[in-house]
Structure formats: C-alpha cells, structure tokens
Design a protein around this ligand. Sequence first.
Ligand SMILES: Cc1ncc(COP(=O)(O)O)c(C=O)c1O
Length: 374
Amino acid sequence: MLNTQNSPRLTHNAHADRANVSKAGIPDPAFHPSLPDFATTPLRSAPKAAQRLGVRSVLVKDESQRLGMPSFKILGASWATYRSVMAHLGRAVGAQPTLDELREAVGAQASDLTLVAATDGNHGRAVARMAKLLGLAAIIIVPAGTVDSRIDAITGEGAEVRVVDGGYDDAIAASAALSDDKHVVISDTSWEGYTDTPGWVIDGYSTMLKEVIDEIEAGHVAEPTVVAAQMGVGAFAAAVTRQFASRPARLLVGVEPITADCVITSVEAGKITTIPGPQDSIMAGLNCGTPSIVAWDDVLHGYDVLVTVTDDDARDAMRLLHDDGIEAGESGAAGLAGLLAHAEGLGLGPQDDVIVLLTEGVTDPVAYRDIIGS
Ligand SMILES: Cc1ncc(COP(=O)(O)O)c(C=O)c1O
C-alpha cells in the first residue's frame, strides 16, 4: 500500500534478521576530536518518561549540542566531507585524519571548491559549517516551506541557501545536478551511482552510537532491552542497528512520522518504495520520501518493529522530555514519541531499560515555545 494512513501504525517486521546486519564502519578515532568543540555527549536519565512508559529506566543520548551544533548530523557531514574531498583531490586517507590535514589539502589544491548539499535543515547546516571551517563556499538546497529559523541558521554559517519548489526528494535532485569538478555534493542519502559519500555519513554517525556502547560496556549504564531510532531516509537508523543488532536488546524500534513513512512503507513492500511528496510533518528532519539505498539492507533486516507517529505524538514527547529537564526538537523527540504512542503494542513493561536517541535540540524556537507553552 502506498503512503500515508490516517492513524499511527505498528508493523512487525517480517524481514527482521539481525544476525545479517553489517558491522559498523567507524571513522578514524583521531578525526572527530580534531574538530572545534568536540566532546562526548551525555546520556541523561528521564524518570518521568520512564514512569509514563511503565518501564524500569529511560536513558536519553542527548545530541542537542554536538560540535557546536544542535544536532548529531555534523558527525556524518564532517567525516563524509573529509573522505569525499580527499577522494575528489586524489589524496589518500591520512594515517591520522584530522581537520588540519584536510585544510592543508584544500589550501594546497582546491580553495575554489564549493560544497553542495540538500537538507531538511540539520545536515545542510552541518555541511555549511564544514565549508566555513575549510574556507570553502557552500550551496545548500532546502524544500519549499523550510522554516526561517532553519534557513537563517544555514546562511549564518556563510552558505548560499536555495529553496526548491518541492519536497526533500526535489532538493536532492537539484543538489545532484550541481555536481562537477568544482562542486562536491555531500549528501546524507544515496542513489544509483552515488553511494560512497552517504556511506561515509553513516560511518560518521557511529561515533555517537559508539559512545553509548562504551558506557554500556564500562558498566555505567544498563544494557538496554529496547532502543528506538527515528527514520528519515534510514541512514541514522542503519548506524544504530549496526551497533545494536548483535546486542541483547529484545526490540529495536524504527519510528517515522505518519506523513513521511517511506521506510515503513518500503519494509512492508519488501523493497525500496517512494511515497508521494511533499512530506509535511513538523518532524522536519524526517520528512523524506525515499529510503537511502546504502542504508536499506540494514534497516530492512535490523529492526524488529516499525511504528509511525503523529505530530501530536512528537509534541507530547517534547513536553515530557521538557519535564525531565531535556530540550528536544521535533525530530529529536520522535523516538520517544514512537514508544509513547505504541507502549502497549510493544509490550513495554517494568522489565525494560530503554534508550532513546535525542538527535536534535531546539531548531525551531518559535514552534518550541508554542509546544512547551512557556
Ligand atoms: C534530527 C534528526 N534526527 C533524525 C534524522 C534521520 O536521519 P536519516 O535521514 O538518516 O534517517 C535526521 C535527518 O536529517 C535529523 O535531522
């Protein structure tokens, strides 16, 4: 069945086969710490969320501040920029890849390059930041209807923003069309013939997940029984399952907006399926119409259950996180929203230790104040 249904749904994944999920590719450990403001992000306890869900504990991996940006996306954008630009310049990956090494390569060979990306907000802002750090130009393409605060954040990094007349898939097509010797496309999604860069984006995300695994393995936090990951094109979800598929969690849960349900629709169909656009959820980072082909196999096999949520579910999760002292953006709260909306269907109970991944802090302050009511 194509696209959007009117109420949230829960699909048990007939293709789940976690033993077949790939192992994570990890960026060189020297790279992310070489970027300005690098720090491990916190795992926060959310007792009010745990109480509402009826589970033993909820931990929130809080990416509302990462490398000076309000989302985890810079982890993927930065590593993909390093790998893509070095490849574009015909240079080998250094023994210890760092920002300075990339700056030196760009300065010597290609100070006239432009980085190009399509985005719902966070990825493009992160690519724009990378261009600024490298002294390069950036062109960032956004769907129609992108809110001013997100556009301003990108222009604030010095990038040119172009608004397409259409949705995220149209923005992707417009970015791909710019690719040439002087324009390097840093996309977080993939298509036939363009897979290396989005693969490196997924690898870059694993720094965040590895931090969670390190805490578990050090015995600082409980091994989770449930992990929820929000899905746009599924690249982030691929990074999550590459770390968690082989661990004991009884449930890996993928979460999408009901109006941007391309991954769950594809999983139900057993093949990549494009849903009609444009997508208009308030969970802007998840407004995608087609799963990424480099993420697809691992998402198809790597999730036990997939659920959809409404915008109201996201608002509810944002308020609950706020009560726990955590500021979440719409897409950032989506994982928790999925668990709240489907707690019964997922069989959540006092035996469960839950990890949710707060992928974004407040990126639309006007909407945030409205939702939180203060
Ligand atoms: C805040 C946030 N969370 C989650 C995602 C989902 O990532 P993906 O598109 O890789 O599924 C995005 C994507 O832009 C995002 O911005």
